[in-house]
Design a protein around this ligand. Structure first.
Ligand code: IPE
Ligand code: IPE
Ligand code: MG
Length: 254
């Protein structure tokens, strides 16, 4: 038993060590955490049990990312379209940030993690927003991994917001239409202070973006797996990173 455990441990650290040894660690990894509902259904459990199980995977993957030196992790937790779900499920999902932070915030602070929310704050219940704002405030000086939770995030909503801001500046005479270039648009997105993702992972076998970072993913490497989010482990994560390291990024050049 002990030998098995030791072997397991050595194998895992070898995997992480091999990835770390390559200088090509993605700076920013974005994740569409999908499949919680199906994970629960397979076990005859309510969907919310899947979301709770998914929280464990968040903890493990954030740690695994930190361990190899990823600087930014963005976790898609709730989309602007997810309000269409049954009220009970929405209510539960809106309580998850508090639940996550009540058990994890101290450790995140210890590990020098800086937490940020990406998304529209307007529709969020005050208890959800408050928990996130407290966490942002407490971690704002931290210089380690930046952990972004995309919550009530929708890429089209984000872009519309940016367009309105730009239009307002043009109307006020602060900006010329010709000055609206890629950098100007990027500066008006929620991600203005964050580099574009190098790698995007989606779990659960769905091959689509579901309104996630449509602007920012223009040249991101995409990696899909059939594994459901609550079953996603650090071994899967390191597999994604290793495959990323084997790809050639050309950005349109040769
Ligand atoms: C992802 O899992 C979590 C959220 C979208 C909040 P789902 O809840 O979408 O799980 P499936 O896709 O129904 O299995
Ligand atoms: C995308 O998953 C949103 C999150 C993971 C938060 P969905 O489950 O909502 O996406 P669709 O409906 O299958 O496209
Ligand atoms: Mg889903």
């Amino acid at each position: 038993m002990l030998e098995q455990l030791t072997q397991m441990f050595t194998r895992k650290s070898k995997q992480a060590a091999a990835i770390e040894a390559s200088s090509d660690i993605p700076v920013h990894v974005a994740v569409i955490m999908d499949g919680n509902g199906r994970w629960a259904k397979m076990r005859n459990l309510p969907r919310i049990a899947g979301h709770r199980a998914g929280m464990k995977a968040v903890k493990e993957i954030v740690k695994a990312a930190d361990a190899i030196g990823v600087k930014y992790m963005t976790m898609y937790a709730f989309s602007t379209e997810n309000w269409k779900r049954p009220q009970e499920e929405v209510d539960f999902l809106m309580k998850l940030p508090q639940e996550f932070l009540s058990t994890e915030l101290d450790e995140l602070i210890e590990r020098n993690v800086c937490l940020k929310m990406l998304g529209s704050k307007d529709e969020l219940p005050s208890h959800t927003l408050e928990a996130l704002e407290i966490a942002e405030e407490k971690t704002k000086g931290n210089t380690g991994l930046q952990l972004n939770f995309a919550l009530n995030y929708g890429s089209r909503k984000e872009m519309i917001h940016a367009m309105q801001e730009l239009a307002r500046k043009v109307q006020a005479g602060e900006l010329q239409p010709e000055e609206i270039d890629e950098a100007a648009v990027a500066r008006h997105l929620y991600t203005r202070d964050i580099p574009e993702p190098d790698l995007m992972i989606r779990t659960s076998g769905e091959i689509r973006l579901s309104n996630f970072m449509l602007w920012q993913l223009a040249y991101t490497e995409l990696w899909f797996t059939d594994v459901l989010w609550p079953d996603f482990t650090k071994e899967h994560f390191y597999q994604a990173i290793a495959e990323y390291q084997g790809r050639g990024r050309r950005y349109g050049a040769v």
